[in-house]
Design a protein around this ligand. Structure first.
Ligand SMILES: [Mg+2]
Length: 312
């Protein structure tokens, strides 16, 4: 695991400080973190530079709060907010709290906002629909909270210590579907009446409210404006279909080349697609939009192949 080096506070830092405050939103897996080994060392120089400039690097991820907390410390992002469970949960450090709206600050110094639906309600409705539809032949599922730690670890490939953190849900419940299409449709319709939806993820289906990464990013931008009285310039980076709403919610966006073959096509005029994958692509994308103009990084390979999809 790489560590964050002490920022180099040389004299150019002041002239580097942008006049408009900036916020950076980033997906983790496959974006800031390597898809295979979770390394982020290629992004460390930019993480240091952004910290030096006072630009918050805000993780926006499908991970749970419990999974993010140790990661944001290791990344040096502990002064920034974060978004967990694909937009259902937002964590706010003290600087981002509103004296009237965030009264419950935890021992970890964070106020937690649940933008989606409370996990207790989601689990209750799943149980109710399972009971109501129990005579339906194609109706069978297991929620993550019903799986033993060992079964979850086997199913996901996570070590048990990490599987335990993945199970601490606050705003979405993953489930494995063991029934058929008709059962799935019946459950989907039942949950829709409760204001819930079923979203397909990589390994699991997720029962959630109607929160997504884009809503959470908009919520944080509005919070920033309410607290600071000024509009920030915003950048977001992601590699997957669940990042699209986030990439559409910001001023400038980067699609990081993915390792999954899925199409990621946000409606966003200020879009840059990276050549590199993972944290190397992440650094390439940040440099594209926020590298100092005289040092703008435009990969030679990209120029040769006809350039980025869009430029500012
Ligand atoms: Mg990703």
């Amino acid at each position: 695991m790489p560590s964050i080096t002490t920022p180099d506070t040389t004299s150019h830092a002041a002239s580097d400080t942008p006049s408009m405050p900036r916020l950076l939103f980033t997906d983790l897996d496959g974006s800031l973190l390597d898809h295979h080994n979770y390394d982020w060392s290629p992004a460390v120089p930019w993480l240091s530079r952004l910290k030096e400039r006072g630009v918050p690097v805000i993780p926006v991820t499908s991970k749970t709060r419990s999974e993010i907390l140790p990661l944001r410390r290791a990344l040096g992002c502990e002064n920034a907010p974060f978004v967990a469970e694909n937009g259902a949960v937002v964590g706010l450090p003290a600087d981002w709290c509103h004296a009237r709206l965030d009264r419950h600050i935890g021992r970890d110094g964070l106020a937690i906002q649940t933008l989606g639906v409370d996990i207790g309600f989601i689990r209750q409705r799943l149980n109710i629909w399972r009971a109501r539809l129990e005579d339906m032949p194609g109706m069978a599922f297991t929620t993550m909270s019903e799986m033993t730690l060992e079964a979850l670890s086997d199913f996901t490939g996570l070590p048990e210590s990490e599987a335990r953190l993945a199970r601490l849900r606050e705003g979405s419940e993953p489930l494995t579907w063991e029934g058929d299409e008709s059962g799935l449709e019946a459950l989907r319709q039942g949950l829709a009446g409760d204001g819930l939806q079923l979203v397909r993820g990589g390994r699991f289906w997720h029962a959630t409210g109607h929160s997504h990464k884009g809503n959470a990013v908009n919520w944080l931008i509005e919070r920033f404006q309410a607290l600071k009285g000024t509009k920030p310039q915003t950048l977001a980076l992601g590699d997957g279909p669940n990042d699209i709403a986030m990439l559409e919610a910001v001023d400038q966006a980067v699609v990081i080349r993915g390792c999954h073959g899925l199409e990621v096509a946000p409606q966003q005029a200020a879009l840059y697609r990276t050549e590199a994958t993972g944290p190397t692509g992440w650094a390439e994308g940040v440099a594209y939009w926020w590298g100092r103009d005289e040092h703008r990084v435009t990969p030679a390979a990209l120029q040769a192949s006809g350039g980025a999809e869009a430029t500012r």
